[in-house]
Ligand binder design. Structure first.
Ligand code: SDX
Length: 429
């Protein structure tokens, strides 16, 4: 708690509200007693000025374009670490020792298979079902298959559920993809690392050996790292709110997946690539920039803008570098999408509208080009985001559950509806 307080005068009375300081970043004004003392609520529908919790996991400085996971800069983690190491860091707060990393990798690897009956679960979906719809359904159903790890009051069951989620999401995502394209499911292979295993489950076919390309596997692993966690974003807040009622972790993650799907959030990578395809050529960019600036046109530049980043999203820079690495490895010289993306970025960053509103490319702007080059259809892009973000959701859910002061989240409202009135029988209406 800080010695500083915030003073409020309301209806002729003065109030002093406590201020709390974080280790870095903005302080908070604790309004927990405001309603009791003043009879008024605060009002912040988009939560633009609201901190919903304490957290030690991820710090973002939107003005400086800084992203830290447990204090470590995303640039260093993406360059020097691997995804399971970042998973360990997010879950337990410290980078693992060699022995801890080996044990964690071993435990995740041996949870990658799903209950065999889940394969029948997929057949209930139409083949043309969007893979995100399949993910929402199958992940929500996990609590039906793994009921032995749904007691959130038991630390052991919480740990087992966490490992199961992190380990099985790639398998379920790959199954959703294989079902979508009518190919047989591919079982995980324990001698492969996380990203290589995922690529093989997605792209191997029974008719021939599948050789994982180490450059592409490294790129996939880095893409997972970049998407792992991001403070109290919409889907993470959804997971926390669902978890605050005591719902089981599988149900909470399914809620997070549903929220992530929206084009304003994790669905933006699919929407951004579709936008680049619609623009089609550099010549048509000015037309779309004009539409993005037109208040009467709902069109927005997908992959641009962010609630927190009012500078370049540090993940987007790493993503752009990874895009060039992947295209280079695949010998894709002049990808027209990349050409449009880079020219669009250049024009937008020099346009006074985007400068004034501090709109920069976010992680979703380049990820789609990379994922398409890796062989994924656009409908799988948000699925891949969900695979990576599962560890962030789990880490944030775990932090909330283990917080002794945790209570059910239950916001209030400003009521603008009808005052009390009496029922009118239908014959008198
Ligand atoms: C992710 O929160 C997270 O951390 C999310 C995420 C994560 O890792 O979890 O980082 C992942 O979701 C990234 C964002 C992906 N979404 C998109 O790329 C979709 C396009 N971007 C936007 O829809 C928008 O920028 C948001 C949703 C990302 C942010 O919306 P805000 O913070 O509510 O901002 P806003 O809509 O109030 O926009 C502020 C102004 C508005 O103009 P005015 O009303 O002030 O005149 O900027 C304009 C907007 O019209 N604006 C855009 C724009 N984004 C905002 N104009 C054109 N194109 C855009 N993309």
């Amino acid at each position: 708690m800080s010695d500083e307080t915030a003073k409020l005068t309301y209806k002729g009375r003065d109030y002093e509200l406590p201020v709390r300081e974080g280790n870095i970043g903005p302080s908070v004004i604790d309004i927990g007693s405001l309603y009791k003392e003043t009879g008024a609520f605060t009002y912040d529908p988009g939560f633009t000025s609201t901190a919903s919790c304490d957290s030690e996991i991820t710090f973002i400085d939107g003005d400086e374009g800084i992203l830290l996971h447990r204090g470590y800069p995303i640039e260093q983690l993406a360059e020097q670490g691997d995804f399971l190491e970042v998973c360990y860091l997010l879950l337990y707060g410290e980078l693992p020792t060699k022995a801890q990393k080996q044990d964690f990798d071993y435990r995740v690897t041996r949870h990658t298979m799903v209950h065999e009956q889940m394969t029948r679960f997929f057949t209930g979906f139409r083949r043309d079902a969007h893979p995100m719809a399949v993910m929402c359904g199958t992940v929500g159903a996990l609590s039906a298959f793994y009921h032995d790890s749904t007691d959130i009051s038991d630390p052991h069951q919480r740990m087992v559920a966490s490992m199961r989620m992190i380990a099985k999401m790639p398998t379920i995502a790959a199954m959703a993809y294989k079902y979508h394209i009518g190919q047989p499911f591919v079982y995980p292979q324990n001698d492969l690392d996380y990203a290589s295993n995922f690529l093989r489950m997605c792209f191997a076919v029974p008719c021939e050996e599948y050789e994982v390309n180490p450059v592409l596997a490294r790129a996939m692993d880095r893409i997972f790292i970049l998407h792992a966690d991001h403070e109290q974003n919409a889907s993470t807040s959804t997971v926390r709110l669902a978890g605050s009622s005591g719902a089981n972790p599988f149900a909470c993650i399914a809620a997070g997946i549903a929220c992530l799907w929206g084009p304003a959030h994790g669905g933006a990578n699919e929407a951004a690539l579709n936008m680049l395809a619609e623009i089609g050529s550099v010549e048509r960019i000015p037309e779309y920039i004009a539409r993005a600036k037109d208040k009467n046109d709902p069109f927005r530049l997908m992959g641009f803008g962010h609630r927190v980043y009012k500078n370049y999203d540090p993940r987007a820079k790493i993503m752009q570098k990874t895009t060039h690495e992947v295209l280079g490895e695949l010998g894709i010289q002049d990808d027209p999408m990349l050409e449009v993306a880079m020219e669009l970025e250049k024009i937008a960053l020099n346009d006074e509208y985007f400068i004034e509103k501090k709109l920069y490319p976010n992680i979703d702007f380049y990820s789609g080009i990379t994922l398409r080059a890796l062989g994924f259809p656009t409908t799988m892009f948000t699925v891949l985001f969900a695979v990576a973000r599962t560890v962030g959701w789990i880490a944030q859910w775990k932090e909330m559950i283990e917080d002794p002061s945790q209570r059910i989240g239950r916001p209030r409202q400003l009521y603008t509806g009808s005052p009390k009135r009496d029922y009118v029988p239908i014959e008198k209406r």
